[in-house]
Write a protein that binds this ligand. Sequence first.
Ligand code: NAD
Length: 429
Amino acid sequence: MGRLGLPESTPLRRYEPGQPLLDGPALVVGAPGARLTAAVDRILEEAGADARHEPGDDTSPLAAIVFDASGIARSEDLSALHDALSPAIRRIGASGRLVVLGTPPEQAADRRHAVAQRALEGFVRSAAKELRHGATAQLVYVAPGAEGNLDATLRFLLSARSAYVSGQVVRVGAGDSPAPADWERPQAGRVAVVTGSSRGIGAAIATVLARDGAHVVCVDIPAQGEDLAAVANAVGGAALALDITAGDAPAALAAHLHERHGSVDVVVHNAGITRDKTLARMKRELWDAVLDVNLSAQERLNDALLMDGLVGAGARIVTVSSIGGIAGNRGQTNYGASKAGVIGIVDALAPDLAQRGATINAVAPGFIETRMTAAMPLVVREGGRRMNSLAQGGLPVDVAETIAWLASPASGGVNGNVVRVCGQSLIGA
Ligand SMILES: NC(=O)c1ccc[n+]([C@@H]2O[C@H](COP(=O)([O-])OP(=O)(O)OC[C@H]3O[C@@H](n4cnc5c(N)ncnc54)[C@H](O)[C@@H]3O)[C@@H](O)[C@H]2O)c1
């Protein structure tokens, strides 16, 4: 037992360069009609993982179970989940992975197939709450015809990079998804912009994208100039001191990208602020500040980059929402509106970006250990930390790794998703 009498949490396995995809064997099981097991076998083989198709009688730990439920065509046949996983789930080891694959209900063959596939969501979200010791569970709906687009997503969800992601539903569809020459450096030769990157989550995003090979243009307000220069230097990128709410910010960013690079491959909208007060006490300035930084400025930047033709085929926009934008938070009507609006940007732009051969997705962090959360009163902080299936806060790098997956050239089939990085927070959907 730790402070406040709460149970101690298990340290999560996190990614380090050169680390194998899995630290033990994976069991791959397909229900009748499964159409994704061949893709899974190929992906695991290419990643050098030890894949098995029979559970065997032993009880030795498994690093992962991948269950292909895509062919389950009637609710009566969902019992295949029980039969395969009721004994095997106990064998999932520390920081192990359960990944269930399905067919998007809206693209199912008929009504009964759609119902059975929709049921997978409740199964996975509940199983995720039963797993222990840092293990996670996710559901990936793969559209018919998009079987070849699963690589980046399966690798991410199985690896230690997805340490703080659990209970999520990801949709993989059409879209050019070229495999990188080197999975350790998928951003080689690409240019990324990260707003709010002088510290916190933004600095971690810049660091991870640079590790993955990107040239990173780090953007933050002039007052953060010193920290911004330090981050830009550390990642071998460029510092661009810019208040994103300034009237000339969109033109200034577009001009920088035009002059130095001619285009941009990755745009991460991370800059964000909070100005909390209950609505009855909230001054108009607090409302305006949060909506402008978190939402409207981002829309203006997107408009400028899209109109200028800087965002073309293979480009990735990733925006940082919050579970507060999904579940709502007392004292955060401004922040909740802005972060729900960010999800609205994803919904509104995804079809346009698909037409360009590009994508837009959002991450929604939960409790992440930053200066912002360190400043919370102890009881609120410990509550926030523990109220999730992994019983701990996430790290900035957990958000950054999730963004790096969505920003990968190989993630072309992942468009219009909102992925929470919250350890399956008990707050919100
Ligand atoms: N920390 C968490 O637990 C958490 C949870 C959910 C969502 N988020 C979101 O993650 C993002 C990063 O949060 P963080 O915790 O690292 O916060 P942070 O305050 O440490 O960093 C935010 C950065 O954005 C910059 N910024 C603010 N206004 C700007 C402007 N007008 N122009 C350019 N840059 C500006 C700040 O200077 C700062 O460097 C934010 O969008 C935040 O809402 C954080």
